[in-house]
Design a protein. Structure first.
Length: 149
């Protein structure tokens, strides 16, 4: 197992994209697709000053690894994912998906499926902090089993 594969997928604080790109490109991979989600400064017309991510840690860690395995089996690619918990500032990275595949088509498709599945299957909740001092949890979606997505 590679060093990065042994790291926890749920990480305290902002993520560093470079940490997830240190692995050498596998010999069978001609494509690299990366998605990094960041905290933005506006939501529905409200000025946002930051975000706190909360998670059911045990289940979230298991689901992130399950999603990696499902994407690898479905798309025949190499997958790494990570999600932040805790307080993040504007512009900091909250979620990372790294796909290494034989060709760009399956790498892009796997990347989109993986981030969409994380949003639907992992128990992580967003608490937005607004410039005016208000705080509110964003409405989520019911958690779905990975195999149904």
């Amino acid at each position: 197992m590679s060093a990065i594969k042994s790291l926890p997928r749920l990480r305290d604080g902002a993520l560093n994209l470079a940490d997830w790109l240190v692995e050498a490109q596998p010999a069978d991979a001609g494509a690299l697709a990366v998605f990094a989600g960041t905290v933005r400064n506006e939501h529905l017309g409200n000025a946002v000053s930051g975000m706190t991510y909360h998670a059911h840690r045990g289940l979230a860690e298991a689901r992130l690894r399950e999603i990696e395995a499902a994407a690898e089996a479905r798309f025949k690619v190499h997958v790494l994912v990570a999600h932040a918990v805790g307080v993040l500032a504007i512009g900091e990275i909250s979620v990372i998906v790294v796909i290494r595949g034989g060709h760009r088509a399956e790498a892009f498709e796997a990347c989109r499926w993986t981030i969409d599945t994380i949003k639907q299957a992992v128990p992580i909740w967003k608490e937005e902090h607004y410039v005016d001092g208000a705080v509110r949890f964003l409405e989520g979606v019911p958690i779905q089993p990975v195999e149904s997505l």
